[in-house]
Ligand binder design. Structure first.
Ligand code: 13P
Length: 254
């Protein structure tokens, strides 16, 4: 049974004090998280340890980094390696977020290196994909996303692929308040699962969680998550507000 996941992506937001109080508020809220559900907090590098300490001992929670370097180690000022994250016992890392692809020019060669280094360091990956508006308007979203997966993931072995979570985040829905309809999400999630199944077989495809991201809020999460191939969400803005994010956690399918 694949996991249902509510993942927060704080991006470059919050002071340390705010990060601490948000984490504490989420933990003490009325949330019910069963053993096949998971709450992930993807936080800025300087807050990883703090949030890890605050969530320690609570198996419903895990911490994620938002990025890792495309090189193993060496003279790369400002970079943080997958190995360093492993050394801190950080279990998850986001790779391929559209903001990284766009603002930091991360192409599929860079993303493939990050994927390989992260897996080599035994990290689990949340691999982000998703199309810009003009691709959606042309009706080419399925082939666009399929290419993103093939380019950066499909060289992986079957055991390695099992450590990957997919986050489908249409760029036109990120931070815009414009959410994909639950039908649009289901359609492309089913396509993603089909493409994984063609490459790795149905058992692997059925075991991989596919999250939806893009203007998920407490008020629309239950409807989006109700679709059979939507296994939760990757949440930006709404994850910075405890009541919103806990509402999203409580909207996960059981
Ligand atoms: P929003 O939820 O703010 O649209 O951001 C989505 C996202 O980019 C999560 O990674």
């Amino acid at each position: 049974m694949r996991k249902q996941i509510a993942a927060a992506n704080w991006k470059m937001n919050l002071s340390l004090a705010e990060a601490e109080s948000l984490t504490k508020e989420i933990i003490k809220s009325e949330i019910s998280v069963s053993s096949d559900q998971l709450v992930l907090l993807a936080v800025p590098f300087p807050y990883l340890e703090k949030v890890q300490i605050l969530t320690a001992g609570n198996p419903a929670f895990a911490v994620a980094a938002q990025n890792c370097a495309a090189t193993k180690n060496g003279a790369y000022t400002g970079e943080v390696s997958a190995q360093m994250l492993m050394g801190m016992s950080i279990p998850y890392v986001l790779i391929g977020h559209s903001e990284r692809r766009e603002y930091f020019h991360e192409d599929h060669n860079i993303l493939t290196s990050k994927v390989d280094l992260a897996l080599e360091s035994n990290l689990n990956i949340i691999f982000c994909c998703g199309e810009p508006l003009f691709i959606r308007e042309a009706g080419n979203q399925n082939s666009y996303v399929e290419a993103q997966l093939k380019e950066s993931l499909f060289h992986l072995s079957e055991p390695a692929m099992k450590n990957v979570i997919i986050a489908y985040e249409p760029i036109w829905a990120i931070g815009t308040g414009k959410t994909a309809s639950s039908e649009q999400a289901q359609e492309i999630h089913a396509h993603i699962r089909h493409v994984i199944s063609k490459q790795y077989g149905e058992t692997v495809a059925q075991s991989i969680s596919i999250l939806y991201g893009g203007s998920v809020k407490a008020s629309n999460a239950a409807e989006i998550f109700s679709k059979p191939d939507v296994d939760g969400g990757l949440v930006g803005g709404a994850s910075l507000v405890a009541t919103e994010f806990t509402g999203i956690i409580n909207s996960l399918k059981r």
